[in-house]
Design a protein around this ligand. Structure first.
Ligand code: C2E
Ligand code: CA
Ligand code: CA
Ligand code: CA
Length: 279
């Protein structure tokens, strides 16, 4: 037993080492990838529940590594958050998304908002708001069309600072969405505490609304509480017509998910979606 224990320990040790090595490598690679423009933004349309028109698009980062191929943001975003790399990476996302929005708008005036994911570290950074201001100026996008998606963990860990930043951003005109809503612990309190424009109900609730009565009840009441507070509700991860019908009945505002489209490259978004939009 003793021997096995020691073996396990060294296995554990070498696992740690490997883990650390791959993290250090990844750190260097992310840094390099920003310079080499290996990142790309994909866009996923958001549709109005009422008439199914496109009302928005969420920008989602993609990394095409020259040797390793596709690396999921679920893998490298947390690492970028642990290090300060999320700042240059997040700034890259903002400029790239604004530039794209401006381009679409120049081809034909568009009437949808653009959602951008903002990580906690990025959001509370002192340079974040000044950077946003410079960027809206540079690409002449109007802040009212930009929806910043933040997470509950940000709000829970930095309540006062987050509130202060949200107020500043809203004064400028930006819209604020609480993403992955329902996965934290203090969700409902936060609805009245923060001046949010939208909540996005996490896909883990949406996935089984048609079979899980508890999740159905949760989603239905979240929609109604949010409505009473004048907060819009987006459901994400909608994959079937059946889910859509439930959300329609509950009067949810917007939905996003594979039912309409996966996140797609900007060129396809321009071709397929902008053409089909009612303007
Ligand atoms: P998120 O913000 O919650 O994004 C939603 C995720 O669900 C995306 O995964 C999207 O592709 C996926 N999704 C959308 N519709 C469906 C559906 O119908 N079914 C299923 N099963 N999945 C669906 P993705 O693109 O892999 O992004 C994962 C996470 O990485 C995001 O979660 C977000 O937290 C983070 N992320 C992505 N891009 C950025 C970024 O530019 N900045 C920051 N800070 N984080 C990002
Ligand atoms: Ca999001
Ligand atoms: Ca989400
Ligand atoms: Ca998520």
């Amino acid at each position: 037993a003793k021997k096995a224990g020691r073996n396990n320990f060294s296995e554990y040790e070498s696992c740690l080492e490997k883990d650390m090595l791959s993290k250090i490598t990844m750190y260097e690679e992310i840094k390099n990838a920003i310079q080499e423009e290996q990142f790309e933004l994909y866009y996923q349309p958001k549709h109005s529940v009422k008439d199914e028109n496109i009302v928005g698009a969420e920008a989602l980062i993609r990394w095409q590594h020259p040797e390793k191929g596709f690396i999921s943001p679920g893998e490298f975003i947390p690492l970028a958050e642990d290090t300060d790399l999320i700042i240059p990476l997040g700034n890259w996302v903002i400029r790239k998304a604004f530039r794209q929005y401006k381009e679409w708008n120049t081809i034909s005036p568009i009437d949808f908002h653009l959602s951008i994911n903002i990580s906690p570290k990025q959001f509370i950074d002192d340079n974040f708001i000044p950077f946003l201001l410079r960027s809206v100026e540079e690409f002449s996008v109007s802040p009212e069309k930009i929806d910043l998606e933040i997470t509950e963990s940000l709000a829970i860990e930095n309540t006062e600072l987050t509130l202060e930043k949200i107020n500043q951003l809203k004064k400028i005109g930006f819209k604020i969405t609480m993403d992955d809503f329902g996965t934290g612990y203090t969700s409902l309190t936060y609805l009245s505490k923060f001046p949010l424009d939208r909540i996005k109900i996490d896909q883990s609730f949406i996935r089984d609304i048609t079979s899980n009565k508890n999740h159905a009840a949760i989603v239905q009441s979240l929609v109604s509480v949010a409505k009473n507070l004048d907060i819009k509700v987006t459901a994400e991860g909608v994959e079937t017509k059946e889910q859509l019908l439930y959300l329609q009945e509950w009067d949810c505002d917007e939905i996003q998910g594979y039912y309409y489209s996966k996140p797609i490259p900007s060129i396809s978004f321009g071709e397929y979606h902008l053409e089909n939009m009612k303007i």
